[in-house]
Every structure is written in structure tokens, then in C-alpha cells.
Write a protein that binds this ligand. Structure first.
Ligand code: C2E
Ligand code: CA
Ligand code: CA
Length: 756
């Protein structure tokens, strides 16, 4: 299509050159073939866009057909009118020319409608209005003085004036369109506008020359019309710049009626000084009527909008403001109260409402909510009290310029009022309310702070069965802090801030390293390493243990693969919290990880606690069995601190028992501990399990355990848990160093590493 556009431009330049070279007069090769050819060509290119491209099809079809009509007008003019002396005006060509305008307007309307999401109706009205207003002005100021001298009577004046007026109207329609769709998306309109500006220039010139009797065919002025058509063809094919959605601003929409108002008034004012033709006065008056109608429409739509907004901010059931309505008004009230002390926010939640709903049905529930609303309204009648239903059975009240005491007194009255029995569908229903109170500016200045803190207090009121709780930073901030920390922890998991340290497990008979335990740490930015005791309990309560374990398993398998590739085959033991052990998707997840890294199950072990087995025996057992099928072995961690006995654990497929540190540490001093350790080792062996002792810090303890027949041991005596890279170095040093002083070695190693 670039070729066709290029040809059009080239043809136009040739026409211009020929006008200059040959001058006015009849030159069929120029005026018929080239001129009409350019017009038809532009029409064809524009039509092609409408036919070939679905987007904006109607726009370019309308404009293309319009240009075709124009071309037909040119053909008729050149063949029949031109050359007559005097040239008749108006002629048969004029209806064909004029047919272009409505089609062009249609194209503009389609263009705008596909882009502006609102107000196509106003668009029409605005277009007509501004066209009338400006047409009146142009008519009064420019055309009227000339019309007297124009020969040919009323028809000639009307048709002659129709061109520049229609040009102006289209230009204005285009301008309205640009305002509606925004400059960045008005690309096509700008081309049409440019085309129309060129045409307006030519039409005005033509009109002037015609009025003075000086028009001859074949001057440079004639080159303006094909240029105008070519510009449309360009608009059809040059790509859109911007396609994003845009909404029209209300200020943009008001520009047009404003402009129409000013212009029409100016025309009428001008008319009081100079004589102006009646039609232009009529146009100005019509434009003013249009403005009035528009204002009327604006008022109506504003009212409708207000009604819609009221609906959107009101709760149907109770007629109270809903959450949105409450927050909007409350924010405004708080802002209004400014720093004037004393706002109180009450958050009331019904206790037992769900039961009413469940047992008596939603209908009864609705009735209860309406009755509660009536009681709230009766109690909180003080002016300036805002009541809203935030949702479900939650209500909020805001008091401004008041004292906390007033708030607590009101809360107490509300509790009493709600506690009175309700009569619902013939049944007596009793409910209570839990109310949380926060006060500004003490607990925060803006609504969100007050709401959050009232919510925390309300939660305390509910769980403590207190009726009313006033937000207390001493008690409640801990809760808030906790939420904050949970959010941080969740982020930490997502961002990969959890990492693993590995502690070697040593065979007591020959001192060889038989495996490692993976222990999680949180590398918290700005806080350094955080140890599991400091964040795992919170993670557990916040339901984040699955996510933690997932991260740990991923890292542990990746590390196992790295070690395997380096020729180190150390099974990595991972701690499984109870919540995860009963997760039936766990074995599948583990299997996926092993497959992904090409590892046998024997590279992984799991450490579980007795507690996990107490929770849901059947499921825990199923999960353990599936893991075992994968080749993943299991140990009982912290053995001795729980409730169950080894005999009880036997039915579980567990390969190893880890005796808790609390028995191992005092072994040498305390006979009871020592005998527990010894009997545990014997019993475990009798049941076919290995025994691991944890927390060995001294060589004496290690020797004693070896004498008892304990298989493996783990502890600072050999090494603290270390990052993988450090453990590599430790392993190398341990393999080459004297086994008699491993504890010193590990400490030395840490010192060396610290210096590095
Ligand atoms: P645990 O499973 O009993 O892990 C052993 C803990 O004892 C580790 O503490 C380890 O650093 C420490 N320890 C090892 N040798 C000695 C020693 O000779 N003396 C002393 N005093 N302590 C020693 P850590 O790393 O702080 O872990 C604490 C607990 O956090 C673990 O106890 C385990 O219950 C839990 N945990 C650690 N990592 C994970 C994990 O990845 N997932 C889960 N679910 N829990 C983990
Ligand atoms: Ca462990
Ligand atoms: Ca342990």
C-alpha cells in the first residue's frame, strides 16, 4: 500500500507542476485524467483499507465512498460544466460534492465511537451545537458581506456557503472527536482534520473568487482538493500510534458546550452592531438552546450518578452505609475533625449469628440483622455518629469530637441492647456482641489505622468473651507485630532467604562421616542469621510449615546432587514438622525432586517427631510408607521428650532413633539419664533400629556412648552446622586430620573461616 500512497503523492506533485507550467485553461489530460485520477485513486486506497482491514472498517468505507462521490462530482464537472461560459453555479456536480460531508461525518462518528467508551449521544449533540454556533459566527462575519455580490440568487448563496460551513462543521466534529478519544488515539481523526482544513481553505478561496467573479479553473487553488483527498488516504493506511484505553474527563466534555456558548453569544453580540443575515442569528440561537439542553442533560446525569452512588454505598438489607459508604464518609469526617481531639471507632461483631443463620435460615438471619440495626440506631442517636454495616454481622460506629468514655459508655449500651432477646419468626433468639474500640488520635489518625486496631481489640473481646475491649498497645500491639512478622516470613520464603546449614553425623565405631542433617536458617536482611527456634514456631502457627519444608527439601536435594557429582555420597536428613508429615502430597513432591536431580531415595532421610505420630497416625504412617518405597529412610527425632515408647513406635517403619540432647548432655553426671540412654540403645537395637545421639559437645560423652553401643552421634564436638561450602572444607580437613581432636579442629576451622 506504500506504493499506492507514494504514487498519489507523486501524481499530486505532477499536477502542481502542470498548474504552474500550463497555467489556467482547459487541459483534458491534466484536468480529466490526472486530477480525476488522483481523486479516484485516493478513494480507492481509502476503500481498500475498509475492505481489507477489519479494524475501523466502517470508518474507512464511509470515507472511501464519500471520496468516490466527490470524484464522481469532479468527473461530471470536468466533462459537462467546465468550459461552459458562464459556468453555471450551482451545477449538477454540487450534490455529488456535498454528499461527501455526511459520509465523512459518519466516518468520524464511527471512529470516535469505537474509541471513546462514553457519551456518543453527547458527542452528536455537542457536534451539532458547536457547528451551529461557529457556523453562525462564520456566516455572520465572513460570508454575509460577500453574499450580496454573488450572482445566481438564493440557491447560489446557500450552496456556496454550504461548503465552507460544512468544512467548519466537520473540522469541529473532528475536534470534538479528538477531545473524546484523546489526542494520542486521534491519529486517524488528525488526518481527516488536516484534509478538511485544506478543503476549507480551498472552499473559502473558491467562494471568495466566485463572489468577486474572479474564479478560473486550473490555478494552484485547484490542487488543494486532490491534496485533501490524498490526506484521507494517508489517514487510512498509516498505523495507529497509541491503542491504550482512555476515559474522557468530564472537563474535556465541558469544553465544547462552553465554546459553543461563548461563540453563539459573540455572534449575537456582533449582530447588535452589524447587520447579519437571519439564518446566522437562527443558528446562534439554536446553538444556545443546545447548550441549555446539554446543561439540563448534565444535571440529570449528575442526579442519576448520585443515585447510583448512593446505591453503591448503601447496604440493601439495613439501609445503613455499606463498607464503602462508611469508609468514604468516615474518612471525610475524620478529615473534617482534623486534629480536634477525640474520635472513637467501635467495631461490633455479633456472637452466635452464624448459628442463627444456620439453624433458622437466611431469612431469619436477615431479620436479626435488621433488628440489630434498629437497636444500634436507637442507642447511637447522638448527632454526628456514623453507623455502617461493614459486611456479614459486622457493624462499625464512628464518633467524632468525643471522649473515650463516651465511646465505652455507648459500647456498653450497645452490648446490653443487643443482648436483649429477639423475636424471630416466632422463635426467641439471644445474641451477644463483641465490640472493639479504638480512639484517635491516640491509636492512629486515619481510618485504616483505627479500623485495624479496633479489629484487633474486637478479636480480643471475642476470644476473651469480654463484650468490650479497648485497644491497648501493651496487649494488642504484640498481635499486630505478629502479623507483621508473619508477612515478613512469608516474603522471606518467597524471596529465597531461607538457607541450610549442614551438621555431620559421625559413626562412633570408626569416626567416619555417615551423613549430615540439614538445619534451616533465615538470612534476614539487616538482622543477620536467624535460627530456627526464633521463627519456626511462628511459621507453624501461621500455617507456613509446608512452604518452609518445600524450600528446605528443594535446597537439600540440590545440594545432595552437587555432592554426588563431586563424589561425596552423604545422605541429607531433613526435619519434617508434624503438619507436613500428614500431607499426603509430600511423597509425590519428594519423588519429583529426586527425579529432577537424578537421585536415589537413599540420598535423603527424614526426621520426624513423636508428636507428628500422635496427630494422625494413619496418615503419618501412609506417608512414611510411601517415602520408604522411594528409598527415603526415617528417624524419630528428639526421642524421649514425647509420650510414646519405642515399643509403640515399632509398628512404624522407622529406621533410626535420635536420642534427645537433654538425655545425652547430663549423661556423665546423672545416672538416670545415663540408664535411659543405655536402655534406649538396647531396645532400639532389639527392634532393629539404629541409634543416633545428638548434642555431643565432649569427647567423654562420645566415648561413653560408644561403650553403650550407640551407632552414630552428632554434636559441636565434631562440628557445628555449617554452610555447604564450609562443610566441604571441614570434610577435607577431617578426612586428613587426626581423629583424636576433632572438636579443636572444627573450632579452628571456624576461626580460619571467620578470618577469611
Ligand atoms: P533438632 O532437629 O533437634 O536439631 C538439632 C539442633 O541442635 C540444631 O539446632 C543444632 O544446631 C543443635 N545442636 C547440634 N549439636 C549440638 C551440640 O553439640 N550442642 C548444642 N547445644 N546444640 C547442638 P538448630 O539448628 O537451632 O535447630 C533447632 C531445631 O529447629 C531443630 O532441632 C529442629 O527441630 C528445628 N529445625 C531446624 N531446621 C529445620 C528444618 O529445616 N525444618 C524443620 N521443620 N525444623 C527444623
Ligand atoms: Ca533434627
Ligand atoms: Ca533433635
Amino acid at each position: 500500500m506504500q506504493g499506492a500512497l507514494g504514487l498519489l503523492v507523486l501524481g499530486w506533485l505532477v499536477v502542481v507542476a502542470l498548474y504552474v507550467a500550463w497555467g489556467p485553461g482547459d487541459h483534458p489530460s491534466r484536468d480529466l485524467w490526472l486530477y480525476v485520477g488522483l481523486m479516484v485513486g485516493s478513494a480507492g486506497v481509502t476503500l481498500a483499507r475498509g475492505v481489507l482491514v477489519a479494524r475501523d472498517r466502517a470508518v474507512w468505507l464511509a470515507l472511501g465512498v464519500g471520496l468516490l462521490m466527490s470524484s464522481a462530482g469532479d468527473l461530471v464537472y470536468t466533462l459537462t460544466v467546465a468550459g461552459l461560459d458562464p459556468e453555471p453555479f450551482p451545477s449538477v456536480a454540487d450534490p455529488l460534492y456535498l454528499a461527501y460531508y455526511p459520509l465523512c461525518a459518519t466516518g468520524i462518528v464511527f471512529y470516535v465511537r469505537s474509541r471513546a467508551r462514553e457519551a456518543p449521544l453527547d458527542f452528536w449533540r455537542d457536534g451539532v451545537m458547536i457547528a451551529l454556533a461557529l457556523g453562525g459566527l462564520v456566516g455572520a462575519v465572513f460570508l454575509a458581506p460577500l453574499s450580496d455580490s454573488l450572482k445566481g440568487g438564493a440557491w447560489a448563496v446557500a450552496i456556496g456557503a454550504a461548503y465552507p460551513l460544512a468544512d467548519t462543521a466537520i473540522l469541529l466534529l473532528g475536534a470534538v472527536g479528538v477531545i473524546l478519544v484523546g489526542l494520542r488515539r486521534a491519529h486517524g481523526l488528525l488526518w481527516i482534520g488536516a484534509s478538511m482544513a485544506v478543503s476549507a481553505f480551498a472552499d473559502l478561496g473558491y467562494w471568495n473568487l466566485l463572489a468577486s467573479g474572479g474564479y478560473v479553473e486550473g490555478t494552484l487553488l485547484d490542487a488543494a482538493w486532490p491534496l485533501s483527498s490524498i490526506l484521507v488516504a494517508f489517514g487510512a493506511w498509516l498505523p495507529d500510534i497509541e491503542r491504550s484505553e482512555r476515559t474522557t474527563t468530564s472537563r474535556g466534555l465541558m469544553i465544547i458546550p462552553g465554546a459553543a456558548l461563548v461563540t453563539a453569544t459573540a455572534t449575537l453580540a456582533y449582530g447588535t452592531v452589524h447587520p447579519v443575515p437571519l439564518p446566522t442569528v437562527a443558528m446562534a440561537v439554536l446553538a444556545l438552546l443546545g447548550v441549555l439542553d446539554r446543561l439540563n442533560g448534565t444535571v440529570r446525569s449528575t442526579l442519576a450518578m448520585m443515585a447510583a452512588r448512593r446505591e453503591a454505598t448503601t447496604d440493601d438489607l439495613t439501609g445503613l452505609p455499606n463498607r464503602r459508604g462508611f469508609t468514604t464518609t468516615a474518612e471525610a469526617l475524620l478529615l473534617e475533625a482534623g486534629h480536634a481531639p477525640g474520635s472513637v471507632l467501635l467495631l461490633a461483631d455479633l456472637d452466635g449469628f452464624k448459628e442463627v443463620n444456620d439453624s433458622l435460615g437466611h431469612h431469619a438471619g436477615d431479620e436479626v440483622l435488621r433488628a440489630v440495626t434498629a437497636r444500634l440506631l436507637a442507642e447511637a442517636e447522638a448527632p454526628g455518629t456514623l453507623i455502617g454495616r461493614l459486611g456479614g454481622d459486622e457493624f462499625a460506629l464512628l464518633l467524632t469530637e468525643t471522649e473515650i468514655e463516651t465511646g465505652t459508655a455507648l459500647a456498653a449500651r450497645l452490648c446490653d441492647a443487643i443482648a436483649m432477646p429477639f423475636q424471630v419468626e416466632g422463635t426467641r433468639v439471644t445474641l451477644t456482641a463483641s465490640i472493639g474500640l479504638s480512639a484517635g488520635p491516640r491509636d492512629g489518625r486515619d481510618l485504616s489505622d483505627l479500623l485495624r486496631r479496633a479489629d484487633i481489640a474486637m478479636y480480643r473481646a471475642k476470644t476473651g468473651d469480654l463484650g468490650l475491649a479497648v485497644f491497648d498497645p501493651q496487649i494488642d500491639l504484640a498481635g499486630e507485630d505478629r502479623l507483621q512478622r508473619i508477612a515478613e516470613l512469608r516474603q522471606a520464603i518467597d524471596r529465597g532467604e531461607l538457607l541450610l546449614h549442614y551438621q555431620p553425623k559421625i559413626a562412633l565405631d570408626d569416626g567416619s562421616v555417615v551423613g549430615v542433617e540439614a538445619l534451616v536458617r533465615w538470612d534476614r536482611p539487616g538482622h543477620g542469621l536467624v535460627y530456627p527456634d526464633a521463627f519456626l514456631p511462628l511459621a507453624g502457627r501461621a500455617g507456613l510449615m509446608r512452604a518452609v519444608t518445600k524450600a528446605v527439601l528443594e535446597q537439600a536435594t540440590a545440594q545432595a546432587a552437587r555432592w554426588r557429582a563431586a563424589g561425596i555420597s552423604l545422605p541429607i536428613a531433613v526435619n519434617l514438622p508434624p503438619a507436613v508429615l500428614i500431607d499426603e502430597t509430600l511423597p509425590e513432591h519428594v519423588a519429583d525432586l529426586l527425579r529432577e536431580h537424578g537421585l536415589p531415595g537413599s540420598c535423603l532421610q527424614v526426621e520426624i517427631t513423636e508428636e507428628a505420630l500422635l496427630r494422625d497416625r494413619a496418615r503419618a504412617q501412609a506417608v512414611l510408607a510411601s517415602l520408604r518405597d522411594l528409598g527415603v529412610q526415617a528417624s524419630i527425632d528428639d526421642y524421649g521428650t514425647g509420650y510414646s515408647s519405642l515399643v509403640y513406635l515399632r509398628e512404624l517403619v522407622v529406621d533410626e532413633v535420635k536420642i534427645d540432647r537433654s538425655f545425652v548432655v547430663p549423661m556423665l553426671l546423672d545416672d538416670r539419664s545415663s540408664s535411659i540412654v543405655r536402655s534406649t540403645i538396647e531396645l532400639a537395637h532389639a527392634l532393629g533400629m539404629r541409634v543416633v545421639a545428638e548434642g555431643i559437645e565432649e569427647a567423654d560423652v562420645a566415648e561413653q556412648l560408644a561403650r553403650f553401643g550407640c551407632d552414630f552421634a552428632q554434636g559441636y564436638h565434631w562440628s557445628r552446622p555449617l554452610p555447604a561450602a564450609e562443610l566441604d572444607r571441614w570434610l577435607r580437613a577431617y578426612a586428613s586430620g587426626p581423629r583424636s581432636t576433632p572438636a579443636d579442629l572444627s573450632l579452628d576451622l571456624r576461626a580460619v573461616l571467620a578470618v577469611e
